[in-house]
Design a protein around this ligand. Structure first.
Ligand SMILES: [Zn+2]
Length: 156
């Protein structure tokens, strides 16, 4: 990010590194030890509701849903590399969609039976952030569709 400091704290996280990750080495932080008060302070209200409370952004509203610029997508909470633009595809769903994570260990998956649906939730393996869900209707070669909320990511 370059330029002005006119952003208010209410702005959605722009492309670039979130403030709470600037000037630190995110690999040296015990992210799992951060409590809800920490996240409430450092995330936008929408990010908090989605990343820390398993919410979902409205389709086609996220800054990355139509974006296919090259780059790495990092966890907006802890800065872990999660997805690469080379694995991003246009799913037509209104959420950023990837065929696979950057590494096998970058994300965790767990059963999510909320709202009477049987889905598989995707979480950041380092900080436990809710990212979205994974479905088995993706394109080759993996056949998987990682359906991820834009606000849980930043691209660099
Ligand atoms: Zn994370």
């Amino acid at each position: 990010m370059t330029g002005s400091k006119t952003n208010s704290s209410a702005d959605p996280t722009p492309t670039g590194v979130p403030k709470h990750l600037q000037g630190i080495d995110p690999n040296q932080v015990d992210w799992k030890a951060k409590d809800q008060a920490y996240w409430k302070e450092h995330l936008s209200p929408e990010q908090f509701a989605i990343c820390r409370d398993a919410g979902t952004e409205r389709p086609w509203t996220g800054q990355y849903c139509r974006s296919h610029e090259p780059g790495m997508y990092y966890c907006a909470c802890c800065g872990l590399p999660l997805f690469e633009s080379t694995n991003k595809f246009e799913s037509g769903t209104g959420w950023p969609s990837f065929t696979e994570p950057y590494t096998k260990d970058a994300v965790m998956e767990r059963a999510d039976n909320a709202f009477g649906m049987s889905r598989v939730e995707v979480l950041c393996s380092r900080c436990g952030a809710h990212l979205g869900h994974v479905f088995e209707d993706g394109p080759p070669p993996t056949g998987r569709r990682y359906c991820i909320n834009s606000v849980c990511l930043f691209r660099k």
